[in-house]
Write a protein that binds this ligand. Sequence first.
Ligand SMILES: [Zn+2]
Length: 391
Amino acid sequence: MKLMRLGLIVAGLALLLGAAVFFFYLPARVDNQMNVVVDHPVYAISEEARALHAEIPVADLHADTLLWARDPARRHDRGHTDLPRLGEGGVFLQVFASVTKTPSNLNYNENTSDSDDITLLAIAQRWPVDTWGSLYNRARFHARRLNRLAEESDGRFIVARTSGDVASALEARETDSGIMVGILATEGAHPLEGDLANIQRLYDEGYRVIGLQHFFDNELGGSLHGTSGVGLTDFGREAVTAMVERGLIIDVAHSSEAVVRDVLELTDAPLIVSHTGIRSLCESPRNIPDELLQQIADRGGLIGIGFWADVICYDTPAGVARAIAYAAETLGVDAIALGSDFDGTVTTRFDASELAALTDALIGTGMSADDIRAVMGENAVRFFTENLPEG
Ligand SMILES: [Zn+2]
């Protein structure tokens, strides 16, 4: 009898230990292994670069920080971004994406929609139970996380919902350089769960950018890394039309080429490709043909250049600068922005706090100060000032 009781105690302790590992140790470990900054010596930054960087309202079109069990209000030594590191990097505007479903064995060529790793992550990270089985609730949870961050920031971090929010924050930044705005985006429109009524609900939660696809084909159409390669479905057409009418900005990063063509045909609204490389510079199944990027650029859209090697081939500050300079030269400087994909399970050579190294490297490419200001932030600030709903 005594032995049995001992056995139960041991089993109970093992269960507790297992739970502690699953709920506390594992999420941090996964985060640490998936969002890597390669060890590097401190980047030397010239006085000229430092001065130029300090003038720029740096803007970035894509980070997946909300996916991880890290409080963005505090500085961390894992992952790529949090508000303190964004501040150190001179960031004024950051688009925060909501990742709600990712297939197992993620790759750039072909993924089905049958599996989902986010469910396990949601449980392990102790997200609310209603997020475990609902992609819409996951997106709502991410939005509320960012909105709470703003509420607790004493007005220094604003979730921008209108063009006026961006304009007034930019003005406030003249006296307080720490003022920052976040913009909410979905990475894939599967949180609609096939229901057009969810467009308004996402809008009300604060979403202003809708990425149509992520790694798998969804109700709206084909992914660049799905199985079908198809364009917009009937539901996708209806949804895109309704989103544009509502004042939402469409992001076609991860969409199939056919979807990009269909969206370009369906609407004149300026589009973004939030995080990508340029195929003619770096051949990758993650990059759509230049010709599509050119159409997006020509219509007042925005192309965010990624910081990771899969899309730009070289991920040092000089490598990222090379990709940005190339994009500016081929697509037109006004269309180019940063699209870090920080915290998006990528490996980079610098984190958000080190963005001045990119300004330094851009000077090294021979780009003019005006063009550097444009690509490092002014283009994106202008884009959102012009394209977010008025209010
Ligand atoms: Zn992505």
